[in-house]
Every structure is written in structure tokens, then in C-alpha cells.
Design a protein around this ligand. Structure first.
Ligand code: AMP
Ligand code: MG
Length: 404
């Protein structure tokens, strides 16, 4: 059995991004930038009002208060008021409208009294008040997003504001999924005695999507190495990563490793000193100039989801050219004592709390590798070290925050 660190080293070493392509911004969520993004213009592009109110010369309010200023017109967002504002004048202005020449501040509507064609100001207004200056958010020429960033909704908004219609991203990895087991039924099939629903495929499809990969559901296979092999061979050309679930342990009907041998894949490891997902298997297969990454995930949903987070998600990120590929890690204090056997790293599903400036964790419930509810309740996966046996409440451990 190898350690968690050794296994990760084997999976993550020498992984190269798949290549580049152009996509429309509307399709770019979770894609990874393959180029630095430079602002072609400033944001805001022009100095404008941050409030509905009146554009004035702040110097008008310096000497005498209250003061009356004459309203000389109105300017909505999207309009350009051509005249200059002189001493004693005010322009009614709406949020987002360009600040007129001569004005250097905006007094909000709520802070003035209107008398006929005049406003009455009763307090000093400072230069720049309620003014948004051209380029104060982003300067023309500035690098706003760097290559290797995975795009989220805020990045998409920013790129839209800069008028980027098409962007260069890394090619998203395609990930095949094959569930194995005679007992598995699809969601629309009746749950006959002895059968369970195939939940792994759906959890994995969702995890792959959330990582920015493209899932390819290859259905399910019975516990038969020829059948597993056939489905893999039919689909491997379309995949960068292939995941099987179940049939990887030492049970009499565990045929997945045999199927990997039949397709000529190279065994990189089988069994890791970890719990759950001890029997996790990893193979690679060279096809042309590309490497196919094959994971024999265990069958239990907890083992499947946790091994995905620790091994498969980072690999998807590496193949997608994402710079930060490892799980988001924090250190947190255990709220309760914890006992375990020595010799295996334990992944604990935990809830995470923030109290007095520090993170605390507590188990999200029973940790059996087949349990689904405590996965759904977890905020993170705590890593209880291999050599630990008894950990006292208050001890700090590493926690990987989950993004599933
Ligand atoms: P195995 O390693 O094939 O013996 O599977 C271990 C456990 O995981 C068994 O209880 C299986 O019924 C369960 N299991 C296997 N595949 C799935 C699946 N696709 N969805 C839900 N549970 C599964
Ligand atoms: Mg099975």
C-alpha cells in the first residue's frame, strides 16, 4: 500500500494541459483562461455620477451655507450634457450619467431642498463626492485576469464589461463514467429486491461538471471483465479520463482490474493507506500521443465522492491548465476527541464553523463509506494523519473544503 502523498504524486506528476480553443463568453463558465486578459479600455470608461442628484462645483459650498444653486438642466444615463457648469449652477443628474464639464461633485437628491428652479444645499460638499472617476475600477492596458484562472460568474461579468466576445481557453477534459455491479438499477427502473439505485454515476456527472470537465455517461456493466473491457474500448477514444465505480476490491466478483489488464493499461497503483477508498486503483494507457487516465474508484458512494475530490478533480484541473489545482485547504480544530486505527489516513466528512477567528470542525454524522446523507451535510473533508491513533479535542488538522 502506498501513502496518500505518494499516490497524489503519481497521479499529478507531468500532467500537461490538453490544448487551447476559442469559446464564446456565454459558454465560458468554468473554463480555464489560456491567455492573459488585458483591458482594452478603462472601467468606468468616463467619469460619472454615483447617485441620483445634482452635479455642482464643490467650491460653491465652501464659503456660504445654506446656498441656492440654479438648476440648468437634466442629464440621464446614456446622455451627454454639452454645456459647462459654472459657479452658482447645478445640473440634475442620474446615476451613471457622465459628470458635466465644470462640475466636480454630486449632491444626492435626498440631501437638497428644491425651491422653484433652484436647489438649496445646507451642508458642505467635498470635491469628488459621489463621483466615479474614469478608470478607478480598471485602467486601460491593465492585466485583469491571468492565464490559468478558472472562470466564475464574476469573471464572466468583468469580461463582458470589457467587451470580450470570444476568449481563448484550455480544452476541457472529457471524463467517461462506467458504473459496475449486478445490483445497480437506473433511476427509472423499479427497485427490485436486492437492487439499489446507481447513484454514483449522477454524483460523478455533477462533480465533473463542477470541475469544468465534460462528463460522458457510459452506462453500467455487469460484473464481467469482458463487458467492462468492451465498454471501455468503445469509449476511451472520446475520453481523457475514465472512471469506473465498484468491482475494484478483493471480492470474488471484482473484475475491474482484470478489465484494465485486458485493454493493456499500465497499473500505476492499487490500494492506498487511506479510509475510505483504500482499494482505489489508477492506471494509464498511451493512445497515440495522449495519455488516458483511468481510475478504478470503489463502489461505495462516500469512497467515490471523496476520491474524486482528492485525486480526480485535481487531475481535471491540471489537464484544463488551471493554476490552483489542489483542494482548498484550511486548518481547523477538532471539536471532539477522535479515535482511529494507525496506518491509514482517515478522510472525515465534517461541518466547518468559524469562531473567535478560528475554524472548528465536527463530524457531519456517521462516516460509513456507504452513507450518502453525511456527504450531503459536509462542508469539507478533514485529513486525520496516517500515524495518529487518538486525537484530542482542540487539535488542529487539515481540512479540504469541498466544491461538489
Ligand atoms: P463493490 O466494490 O462493487 O463491492 O461495491 C461496494 C458497495 O458500493 C456495494 O454496496 C455496492 O452496492 C455499492 N455501489 C456500487 N456501485 C454503486 C453505484 N453506482 N451507486 C451506488 N452504490 C454503488
Ligand atoms: Mg460490485
Amino acid at each position: 500500500m502506498i501513502s496518500f502523498e505518494e499516490a497524489r504524486e503519481i497521479v499529478f506528476k507531468n500532467v500537461k494541459p490538453l490544448g487551447k480553443e476559442k469559446v464564446f463568453l456565454k459558454d465560458a463558465l468554468r473554463r480555464v483562461l489560456a491567455e492573459d486578459i488585458k483591458a482594452g479600455h478603462s472601467i468606468p470608461p468616463f467619469t460619472n455620477s454615483a447617485m441620483d442628484g445634482f452635479a455642482i462645483k464643490s467650491s460653491d459650498t465652501e464659503k456660504k451655507i445654506p446656498i441656492k444653486l440654479k438648476i440648468i438642466g437634466e442629464e440621464k444615463a446614456g446622455e451627454i450634457f454639452k454645456k459647462e457648469i459654472y459657479k452658482g449652477e447645478a445640473l440634475q443628474i442620474l446615476t451613471g450619467a457622465p459628470l458635466p464639464r465644470g462640475a466636480d461633485a454630486v449632491i444626492p437628491q435626498e440631501k437638497v431642498r428644491i425651491e422653484d428652479n433652484y436647489i438649496v444645499i445646507t451642508g458642505k460638499v467635498k470635491k469628488g463626492e459621489n463621483v466615479r472617476y474614469a478608470g478607478e475600477d480598471i485602467k486601460e492596458g491593465e492585466i485583469v485576469l491571468e492565464k490559468g484562472i478558472q472562470l466564475n460568474s464574476a469573471h464572466i461579468g468583468l469580461l463582458a464589461a470589457l467587451g470580450k466576445i470570444e476568449i481563448e481557453v484550455f480544452i476541457a477534459p472529457k471524463v467517461g463514467i462506467l458504473a459496475t455491479g449486478e445490483e445497480l438499477r437506473e433511476l427509472n427502473e423499479p427497485l427490485i429486491p436486492g437492487s439499489i439505485r446507481n447513484s454514483n454515476t449522477y454524483a460523478l456527472i455533477a462533480q465533473i461538471k463542477s470541475a469544468g470537465g465534460i462528463p460522458l455517461n457510459c452506462g453500467k456493466a455487469r460484473d464481467n471483465s469482458e463487458e467492462i473491457k468492451k465498454i471501455m474500448e468503445e469509449n476511451l477514444n472520446n475520453c481523457d479520463i475514465f472512471l469506473t465505480t465498484g468491482g475494484i476490491s478483493v471480492g470474488k466478483y471484482d473484475y475491474v482490474r482484470e478489465a484494465y489488464n485486458l485493454i493493456g493499461a499500465e497499473k500505476r497503483f492499487w490500494k492506498i493507506a487511506q479510509k475510505p477508498a483504500m482499494p482505489l486503483a489508477f492506471y494509464t494507457l498511451k493512445k497515440g500521443d495522449r495519455i488516458k487516465y483511468l481510475f478504478g474508484l470503489p463502489g461505495n458512494p462516500g469512497a467515490v465522492m471523496i476520491s474524486f475530490e482528492e485525486y480526480v478533480r485535481p487531475l481535471i484541473y491540471l489537464l484544463s491548465g488551471r493554476k490552483n489545482y489542489l483542494p482548498k485547504e484550511i486548518e481547523a480544530h477538532l471539536l471532539h476527541d477522535y479515535k482511529k486505527k494507525k496506518g491509514r489516513l482517515n478522510f472525515l466528512r465534517v461541518k466547518v464553523f468559524f469562531k473567535n477567528g478560528e475554524y472548528w470542525i465536527t463530524e457531519s454524522g456517521p462516516q460509513g463509506s456507504g452513507f450518502l446523507k453525511t456527504l450531503a451535510l459536509a462542508h469539507g473533508i478533514a485529513l486525520i494523519p496516517e500515524d495518529a491513533e487518538y486525537i484530542q479535542a482542540g487539535t488542529k488538522v487539515k481540512v479540504h473544503l469541498v466544491e461538489w
